[in-house]
Design a protein. Sequence first.
Length: 288
Amino acid sequence: MNSDFKKVKQILLIILFTNLLVAVLKIIMGSIINSTSMVADGFHSLTDGSSNIIGLIGIYFASKPVDEEHPYGHKKFEILAGLFISVILFLIGGKVVLEAINRLFNPIMLDITLESLIVILLTLFINIIVCLFEYRSGKKLNSQILISDSMHTRSDIYVSLGVLISILCIKLGLPSIIDPIVSFVVAGFIFHAAYEIFIYNSSILVDRAVIDTETIRNIVLSFEEVKDIHKIRSRGIENDLYIDMHIMIEPNISVEASHQLIHSIEEKIRQDINSNVQLIAHLEPYNE
């Protein structure tokens, strides 16, 4: 396991224990005051912990080196882990909706205490710190699983704000029906997070173009030996990026000069776009 994967693993372990602590606090306090929105928020936080476990499993497989059956490596296991997280979120969102519907028809008065407000404020603060730390670490380490998991945690921030508003409204005298209504809002944020994570990771898995074709074209055509370029394609992720294209050059250029040209183009692309680019170029003779 290389150093970046080790750092990602350490970060996921730290966040796992943090999320479990937050989830337990919310579920216990929500049960004490009979708040479905707080309990729902707690289970949402619990899925943050489960997503960390999925992330750890994904990192374990993604860190495996290139082998004969996987010549491009195993990094897409990170992407698969992200997709699995989105599926779990969709299921949890459905569970929250069903519980909220049940509470609409069977309302329960809430017993709101100062302690419950303190728990919400404390866990909200923790979630903000975790989200910022995880997202910045994901960007720094080019880790898709950390970025996906931070998107999951970010939804927790908005959810906790909703629960806090619900409790304050009831404390101010609004009817207890506000609690299941807020639970629907909680579910909405969960579904939104699930959708964002799914779109983000599936686009990588199906090899969506990651670099603007015209940007690549302009770089390659800046070399006077290149006469034309077509069939430009790009795929991958920030730290594992592939570009391939067909380059047309004068037919009398030697093999050695052509080889050096491709290296120069690859180096220029790495300088201007991404240092992790791997270029595959098909050379064709140019005829006017």
